[in-house]
Design a protein around this ligand. Structure first.
Ligand SMILES: Cc1cc2nc3c(=O)[nH]c(=O)nc-3n(C[C@H](O)[C@H](O)[C@H](O)COP(=O)(O)OP(=O)(O)OC[C@H]3O[C@@H](n4cnc5c(N)ncnc54)[C@H](O)[C@@H]3O)c2cc1C
Ligand code: FES
Ligand code: FES
Length: 486
C-alpha cells in the first residue's frame, strides 16, 4: 500500500507537519507531544487514563454546514497521529492580545480556581461548550463538565463562572478568532492517501477509505484496529510480537448515520457523543444509556464498534443493543455479512469476528410506537463510572397482556445476556405486579453473577431483579398515556 509518513495539523493558529519515522513515534500520546515537544505545560497529566480531565484539549474539525465543530478530548488517550487534519487548541491558545477568554475571566471572577491543577482542562471543556452552545442551564453545564475533576472548589463557583461566561459570547473577536482554520483543515483532509509509519515489529497505518482498511486487514489478518482508543489507550503497551495497528477513526464511510424506514444504520466509527444526539428521538433507551456513559470527552472519542470490539461483560451499549435486536455488519475483503449481536459476542471478551474482518456498521431496528423501552445503569457514582449492573427492557402489551418482551443485562455474567427464559415465562401473562414478581424471582434464580469491587453476587442479583420492578413502575405512567387499549 502506498502512502505518506507524515501528519499535518494546526496547533492553535500554527500549522505543524510531523514526520512519524522512528519506531515508536506514531504511538506517542498527544499529551506527551504537547508537553515535551511543544512546551505546552498548561496541559496537565493527572490519572493518564481518561478519568480526571486535567489533560483536556479541544479538537476543532470541519463539521457539516461549513462550520468547525469543537470537541473536548482527553489528550492522555489520543495518539499523536489521530489529530491529523484537526486543530488542537489548549488553554494557552485562548487569550487574545493579552485579554483572557471570557471563560478564563469568569473563572477568575468567580474564584473557580484554587490549586489550579484542574483549571486548564476545565477551561478547555468550558471553551468547547461556549463555542457551540449558549446554555446557562446549571444541570446541563454540570453534566457537560462531568469529565473534569476538581478537588478544591466544590464545583459551584465553576458552574457560576460558566453561566456568567455564557452571557459574554458576543465579546468581539473571540467567536470569530478561529474562522480561517476551517478552509485550511478541509484542504489538509483532501489528501486521502494512507499515513503509514513505524517499522516492524510495530507499524501504524491511518486510512481514510474503507477499501484501504479491508486491503490492509486482508494482507495482515492479525492487524489490531484502533478506533477511539479509549479502551486500548488505557492499557496501551506495545506487545513483544510483531503487530500492525490500523487506525480507522478517519474513514468517512463508517462515521455516519443513515435513517431508513424502521431502522438506523450506524457507522462503527461514529463517536458515541454524536450517536447520543442522533438517537434522542428515534432510540430513546440508547440515548438514555449514553447520557450515563463515561464523560463528554470520552464519548467524543469512543465508538460503538470499539465498544462491541471489546465484548466487555460490563459494556453499557450491549444490553441496549441486545434488547432492541441490533445486528452487526461485518466486512472483510470480498465478504460482507450481518449477524445478531447475541451471536456476535460469544463469551468473556470473545467475538465471532474472523481474522481480517472488522465491524463496519450496526443495524439498529427502531422499536414501533406501541413499544415501551427503558435502559438503566447502576454504578457507585452517577458520572464517569463503570456499571455494577446495567439493563434494558423492551415491552409491548395488548389488552393488558405481554405480547413482546425483551430483557438484557450487563454485569451479570461473563458476557452481556438476553434473558430469553424469563421473557418466555412472562409472555402472554398480564402485565401486573404478580407477573413482575415472578419475573424478578426467575432472574434472581437463573443468574449467577460475579463478585468484584463493584458489587458482590447477592447485591447484583438483588439489583437485577429490582430493575425489572423499576421498569414496571415506569411503564405504568406510559400505559396511562397510551390510553385504554393497552
Ligand atoms: C474514563 C473512561 C470511562 C469509560 N466509561 C465507560 C462506560 O461508562 N461504559 C462503557 O461501556 N465503557 C466505558 N469505557 C470504555 C470505552 O469507552 C469503551 O469500551 C469504548 O466504547 C471503546 O471504543 P473505542 O472506539 O475507544 O475502542 P478502541 O479502544 O479503539 O478499541 C477497543 C477494541 O475494539 C476493537 N475495535 C475497535 N473498532 C473496531 C471495529 N470497527 N471492528 C472490530 N474491532 C474493533 C479494537 O481492536 C480493540 O480491541 C470508558 C473508558 C474510559 C477511558
Ligand atoms: S490525565 Fe486524567 S484524563 Fe487524562
Ligand atoms: S482547583 Fe484544585 S483541583 Fe481544581
Amino acid at each position: 500500500m502506498n502512502g505518506r509518513n507524515y501528519i499535518t495539523f494546526l496547533l492553535g493558529q500554527k500549522e505543524i507537519s510531523i514526520n512519524l519515522e522512528g519506531r515508536n513515534h506514531p504511538f506517542t500520546r498527544l499529551i506527551d507531544h504537547l508537553r515535551d515537544e511543544e512546551g505546552l505545560r498548561d496541559v496537565k497529566e493527572g490519572c493518564g487514563v481518561g478519568d480526571c480531565g486535567a489533560c483536556t484539549v479541544v479538537l476543532a474539525r470541519p463539521g457539516p454546514e461549513g462550520r468547525l465543530e469543537y470537541v473536548p478530548v482527553n489528550s492522555c488517550l489520543l495518539l499523536l497521529p489521530m489529530v491529523h487534519g484537526c486543530q488542537v487548541i489548549t488553554a494557552a491558545h485562548l487569550a487574545r492580545n493579552g485579554i483572557l477568554h471570557p471563560v478564563q475571566q469568569a473563572l477568575v471572577d468567580h474564584h473557580g480556581s484554587q490549586c489550579g491543577f484542574c483549571t486548564p482542562g476545565l477551561v478547555m471543556s468550558m471553551y468547547a461548550l461556549w463555542m457551540q452552545d449558549g446554555t446557562t442551564d446549571a444541570v446541563r453545564i454540570a453534566k457537560y463538565l462531568s469529565g473534569n475533576l476538581c478537588r478544591c472548589t466544590g464545583y459551584l463557583p465553576i458552574i457560576d463562572a460558566m453561566q456568567t461566561a455564557m452571557q459574554s459570547r458576543d465579546v468581539p473577536g473571540f467567536q470569530t478568532a478561529n474562522e480561517g482554520a476551517y478552509s485550511r483543515l478541509v484542504q489538509i483532509r483532501e489528501d486521502q492517501a494512507p499515513i503509514i509509519s513505524g517499522h516492524l515489529p510495530h507499524t501504524y497505518t491511518k486510512v481514510f477509505r474503507l477499501s484501504d482498511a479491508l486491503d490492509l486487514l486482508s494482507a495482515h489478518p492479525k492487524t489490531r484496529i484502533i478506533a477511539g482508543n479509549t479502551d486500548l489507550g488505557v492499557k496501551f503497551r506495545l506487545p513483544e510480537e510483531p503487530t500492525h495497528y490500523l487506525d480507522i477513526s478517519g474513514i468517512a464511510q463508517i462515521n455516519g448515520i443513515r435513517y431508513e424506514a424502521g431502522f438506523l444504520e450506524l457507522g462503527a466509527a461514529r463517536p458515541l457523543e454524536k450517536v447520543r444526539v442522533d438517537c434522542r428521538e428515534s432510540l430513546p433507551p440508547l440515548a438514555e444509556m449514553l447520557d450515563l456513559y463515561a464523560s463528554t470527552q470520552v464519548r467524543h472519542m469512543a465508538t460503538a464498534g470499539g465498544s462491541l470490539g471489546t465484548a466487555s461483560p460490563i459494556g453499557d451499549l450491549s444490553p441496549v443493543l441486545l434488547a432492541i435486536g441490533a445486528e452487526v455488519v461485518l466486512q472483510k475483503a470480498g465478504q460482507k455479512r450481518r449477524m445478531h449481536l447475541e451471536d456476535f459476542i460469544t463469551g468473556y471478551r470473545t467475538t465471532a469476528l474472523q481474522a481480517g474482518e472488522m465491524i463496519t456498521h450496526l443495524h439498529l431496528p427502531i422499536p414501533g410506537p406501541g413499544h415501551y423501552n427503558r435502559a438503566y445503569k447502576v454504578s457507585r457514582r452517577k458520572e464517569v463510572d463503570i456499571s455494577s449492573v446495567s439493563a434494558c427492557f423492551s415491552l409491548e402489551i395488548e389488552e393488558g397482556k405481554v405480547t413482546d418482551l425483551r430483557i438484557a443485562y450487563g454485569g451479570m455474567a461473563a458476557k452481556p445476556l438476553r434473558l430469553r427464559a424469563t421473557e418466555e415465562l412472562m409472555l402472554g401473562e398480564p402485565w401486573n405486579n404478580a407477573t413482575v414478581e415472578e419475573g424478578m424471582a426467575h432472574i434472581r434464580q437463573s443468574l449467577h453473577p460475579i463478585c468484584d469491587v463493584r458489587g458482590d453476587a447477592s447485591t447484583r442479583s438483588l439489583v437485577a431483579g429490582n430493575l425489572l420492578r423499576r421498569f414496571y413502575l415506569d411503564s405504568l405512567e406510559w400505559q396511562q398515556q397510551q390510553g385504554p387499549t393497552l
